[in-house]
Design a protein around this ligand. Sequence first.
Ligand code: PBG
Length: 327
Amino acid sequence: MSYPIARPRRLRTSPAMRRLVAETRLNPAELVLPMFVKEGLTEPRPVPSLPDVMQHSRDSLRKAAAEAVRAGVGGLMLFGVPEKRDATGTGGIDPGGILNVAIRDVIREVGDSTVVMSDLCLDEFTSHGHCGVLDAKGDVDNDATLARYAEMAVAQAAAGVHVLGPSGMMDGQVGVVRKALDSAGYTDRSILAYAVKYASAFFGPFRDAVESQLDGDRRTYQQDPANLHESLREVELDIAEGADMVMVKPGLPYLDVISAIASTVNVPVAAYQVSGEYAMVEAAAANGWIDRERAIMESLTSLRRAGAQIILSYWATEAALKLREQY
Ligand code: PBG
């Protein structure tokens, strides 16, 4: 008898064999495309630190949304970049504010053919760039911010959005948003809670994309990258407050967190492959240091394998098209 008897390599002998035994498969329906729309633009404008990602005009946003839907993506996540900002982020609440206008545009364009989501946070709309309003000392005022989120949620729901994504990491934000939506009659709108959001260096290019005015950091509200148990607590609270889905963000550096959460909760778990994760692969690929397509698919597969059922990725449209070719 020859040795060894057990030869795991037998299941890796051909592409067909590997396809047969693959434990993780990606599906376009699980991918969500984050998109930026900037007030006042007539042409889309590239974001230098995010190659191929645009600050869209209202027009180009509609076209890119339709293209993503044709590729089969499961959802779109919209971010607005206003022309003017103020201390309390009025532009996020105003029905004529760019994000609310864009929600209406995209809903008109794609209807119910995909799930339209919106970022529910003040940072794009505040002159100081924080996710909430400030108190007299200049600290982010949790409870005063909640009142603004409630108004913002109702404005987004009125614009027709299907899913709201509270991303500001204020305590109690999910409960306040749920209550505001229900009181206004929007019991059918879902909440994708950014339950676990770390104070991460990997958000850098996003801040270019939204022209963030932030000076300083978000460490008094976003989580410390050192902590795992704290993320389980955040998830528990958000589900108790009415979160329909929970998200972990960033993705790749936090696979252990995704895995721990996916094994404990009974709601869909999403992961956000953030701007810095995208930029690293694009930059390395542009230098010829990495195989771009393989790195994209490998990183998406890893997020899925860790337990993310939904993945937000700036590559969503491209990956969806590639997956459709494969199957
Ligand atoms: C806050 C928000 C941020 C991101 C998504 N929502 C930035 C932040 O918290 O500073 C980051 C997304 C990315 O890096 O791709 N509205």
